[in-house]
Design a binder for this molecule. Structure first.
Ligand SMILES: Cc1cc2nc3c(=O)[nH]c(=O)nc-3n(C[C@H](O)[C@H](O)[C@H](O)COP(=O)(O)OP(=O)(O)OC[C@H]3O[C@@H](n4cnc5c(N)ncnc54)[C@H](O)[C@@H]3O)c2cc1C
Length: 453
């Protein structure tokens, strides 16, 4: 199997593949592992999800780590995870996959950046979803420095500048707080009302305060009560009232924004309307001059090495069955597209094991496992936001298949899928192999230097 990417998600999948005896090659474009925690976050970043809700389920972070480790600590942790499970020898660094195409026999052909081509039984995509910068569009052009939060690396970029941050997510708040400390001034432009949640309440990281076993309405109620006591009304900070319920958007966990708003170091602004030179006009008719505008406006979900549209994406939501498969393609698993409410680790450890079980089950089937899941009633997610507690409960259900079968409760659990596939095969014609013509992708035709793995 080809495993693309050696970030936190790719590493968890690699560990599960090794454990379950699935042969694989892990290709990583960069010269080291760690993904975002190696190359993709600003130097001063700390996680917003807490240590306990971010560490892998089977590999605790060092006891001496703080509740919210820094980017270098995260990288150190990921490196020690890779070393503990012997993952490094299987990673080929500086090896970027530029194209993956399905072959008629269900295998996949990969082309690397240097032009080398290899054939694999299948592909597991773990290329991350925090790299393809999304910019807003406005009338006019800003004549000062205009960057995306992804291009922000160090506070000196903001030092002594009049900074406008656009956005209300986690990066926006981090950058606004940074500009409040080192800049000449900082404004934050919000198109809508957000729930700004403090990182800790009563000294406990917020993600750890909310009991996962309780229903979401109870979690919302608890948070609303706590917020009313700890924060009060957002209007008292000059902020718009949230226009959605907690968890209907990715939560913003930040204790500094409200602090700096109250100290006058950050000024709230409504949506940007247009630029004229270095002057920015806002929706309320006000305007101001800035040196730097930072767009902390998120990312597109992209798979540049797959044919356009092969993975259907609506907004930020990838329409995958069982969280990682497609009904029309065998042996393709797209992992880590959902935005988990807290950290990646507790979910990725069991999810990676489950993906490996799907890979093995596919060997017993002719039809794509994504099609079997769809025909069994599974549906793609309606949002990219993932409730980790719910997802963990679902995975536990899938694991306890035997007991469930006896209880006649298991409709979609894993081994039953093989029987379902046999029935389906009798009913349905196998799909015409979805082969994509190389010519239509403007790629050279297959040559004799093709390596088969
Ligand atoms: C500022 C910031 C703060 C964050 N804070 C948190 C937090 O508090 N908690 C949390 O859980 N998450 C946080 N995240 C999210 C973060 O993205 C995840 O923690 C994690 O890095 C996702 O892992 P991943 O493996 O899916 O993706 P990535 O970390 O992006 O890794 C993907 C890897 O795939 C490689 N790759 C991509 N394309 C190719 C290709 N074509 N060929 C070969 N290799 C390829 C990349 O080089 C990269 O190494 C934050 C992100 C940002 C930007």
């Amino acid at each position: 199997m080809l495993l693309i990417g050696a970030g936190p998600v790719g590493l968890a999948v690699a560990k599960a593949m090794l454990r379950q005896g699935i042969a694989y090659e892990q290709l990583e474009a960069d010269d080291d592992l760690g993904g975002n925690w190696y190359h993709g976050v600003y130097e001063t970043a700390h996680i917003i999800s807490s240590r306990k809700t971010t560490e892998y389920a089977d590999f605790p972070m060092p006891a001496g780590y703080p509740d919210f480790p820094s980017a270098p600590q995260m990288l150190e942790y990921l490196r020690s995870y890779a070393d503990a499970f012997g993952l490094r020898p299987h990673i080929q660094f500086r090896t970027k996959v530029s194209m993956c195409l399905p072959l008629a026999d269900g295998r996949w052909e990969a082309e690397l950046e240097g032009g080398e081509r290899r054939v694999y039984k299948g592909v597991v995509v773990c290329n991350g979803h925090h790299w393809d910068k999304r910019f807003p569009t406005y009338e006019g052009t800003f004549a000062g420095e205009y960057l995306h939060s992804k291009d922000y690396r160090h506070p000196r970029q903001l030092a002594d500048k009049r900074v406008l941050v656009i956005g209300g997510g986690n990066s926006a708040c981090d950058l606004a707080a940074e500009a409040a400390r080192v800049g000449r001034g900082c404004d934050i432009s919000l198109r809508r009302g957000y729930w700004f949640l403090p990182k800790t309440i009563f000294g406990v990281p917020l993600p750890e305060m909310v009991p996962g076993w309780s229903p979401v309405w109870a979690q919302r109620l608890l948070l609303r009560v706590l917020l009313r006591v700890v924060v009060g009304r957002y209007e008292n900070y000059g902020l718009p009232k949230p226009d959605h319920r907690i968890f209907e958007a990715h939560p913003t966990l930040n204790s500094e924004l409200l602090h700096y708003l109250k100290h006058g170091r950050i000024r709230p602004r409504p949506a940007v309307e247009r630029f004229e030179g270095t002057r920015v006009f806002f929706a309320d008719g006000a305007s101001a001059e800035f040196d730097t505008v930072v767009c902390a406006t998120g990312f597109n979900l992209s798979f540049p090495f797959l044919p356009a549209g092969l993975v259907p994406v609506e907004g930020s939501n990838a329409l995958l069955y069982g969280g990682c498969t497609l009904p029309d393609y065998k042996n393709l698993y797209v992992v880590g597209t959902a935005q988990v409410r807290y950290g990646f680790g507790p979910l990725m450890t069991p999810a990676a094991e489950l993906i490996c079980r799907l890979i093995k089950l596919q060997d017993e089937m002719e039809l794509p496992i994504g099609m079997v899941l769809r025909e069994s009633g599974a549906r793609p997610p309606t949002t990219h936001l993932l409730d980790p507690h719910r997802a963990l409960r679902q995975m536990r259900l899938a694991r306890h298949t035997r007991a469930l079968r006896q209880m006649r409760l298991a409709r979609h659990t894993l081994p039953l899928l093989v029987g379902k596939e046999r029935k389906l095969r009798r009913r349905l014609k196998p799909p015409a192999p979805s082969v994509i013509e190389r010519r239509s992708l403007d790629m050279p035709n297959q040559s004799s230097d093709l390596k088969v793995f």
